[in-house]
Design a binder for this molecule. Structure first.
Ligand SMILES: C[S@@+](CC[C@H](N)C(=O)[O-])C[C@H]1O[C@@H](n2cnc3c(N)ncnc32)[C@H](O)[C@@H]1O
Length: 260
């Protein structure tokens, strides 16, 4: 099916089905977790996730798309009730540095939600979000920002369909968006900023299929793990011996702004 670029989120892409199958195949990995979905589109993967995990922040951009997504979540509420799963549909734009916390704006975050998301998200999911290099750069900046703000390890699962296109530039079929994605993964893994490190792994896709779609060879699943770098231990000066017992825990860097 053909869709305009701004409406790509209004259909379910094969990557969403693949990721949903992966979730249904490994429920123990997600049980009780707080999950953040990036570029959720219709919300299908978040809805499946919420049949297992505790809280899902289901995010995308644009009031129109987010309204449709929220409607889908409401219509499927009965599927999530058994697990007590909660889906919050919120705006998260990869091209913006901050989360919107202006209460007058639809799909904005409350301060508590921002804190909860930064403190407890151990899983991030993103289905079929690699198709435009500028957006891919924004997505990776978002992943870096989140990973380096967390004080805990986080696993990111990204599904992608390797699409071959004929380009005049190459006068041949190529998969430019996929190649750009590969370069972004390599850069993230090579990054050494002293705040956190990232590892990258391609996962096998021969897990059970619960949903009806064509699981082509071009569908891939990637796992990125972010691990915070432990702070360097410097011994306290003699006179301050024991004072660390009263020390405040380090405040995580949480980029919040009030305006949208
Ligand atoms: C190809 S669709 C995939 C939708 C859904 N995950 C699926 O697989 O069915 C890509 C999604 O990325 C979202 N997106 C595009 N630009 C974005 C941005 N700057 N920030 C957040 N999401 C964005 C789109 O709105 C769309 O929902």
């Amino acid at each position: 099916m053909a869709t305009t670029l701004e409406d790509v989120g209004k259909q379910v892409w094969r990557g969403a089905f693949l990721l949903a199958d992966f979730i249904l195949s490994s429920p123990d990995m997600f049980r009780g977790a707080t999950v953040l979905e990036l570029g959720a589109g219709t919300g299908l993967t978040s809805i499946i996730m919420a049949t297992i995990c505790k809280t899902t922040f289901c995010t995308d951009v644009g009031a129109d798309l987010l309204s449709m997504c929220k409607k889908n979540v409401t219509l499927n509420r009965h599927l999530m009730e058994a697990a007590g799963g909660d889906v919050r549909v919120r705006q998260l734009d990869w091209l913006q540095h901050d989360l919107c916390t202006d209460a007058d704006v639809e799909f904005s975050w409350t301060e508590e939600e921002v804190e909860d998301m930064y403190n407890t998200t151990e899983i991030i999911i993103a289905a079929d979000v690699i198709y435009d290099d500028e957006l891919t750069d924004g997505l990776f900046r978002t992943l870096y920002r989140l990973g380096s703000s967390f004080s805990h390890r986080c696993s990111v699962f990204i599904s992608i369909e390797k699409r071959m296109n004929f380009t005049l530039r190459h006068m041949d079929v190529s998969c430019d968006a996929y190649n750009h994605f590969s370069r972004c993964l390599s850069q993230l893994e090579a990054l050494q900023d002293g705040r956190c490190s990232f590892t990258v792994q391609q996962l096998p896709t021969h897990f059970s299929q619960f949903l009806l779609y064509d699981r082509t060879e071009q569908l891939e699943l990637w796992k990125v793990t972010s691990t915070p770098t432990p702070p360097e231990r410097t011994p306290p000066p003699e006179s301050a011996c024991g004072s660390s017992l009263n020390a405040e825990p380090p405040t995580p860097h949480v980029p919040i702004h009030r305006s949208c």
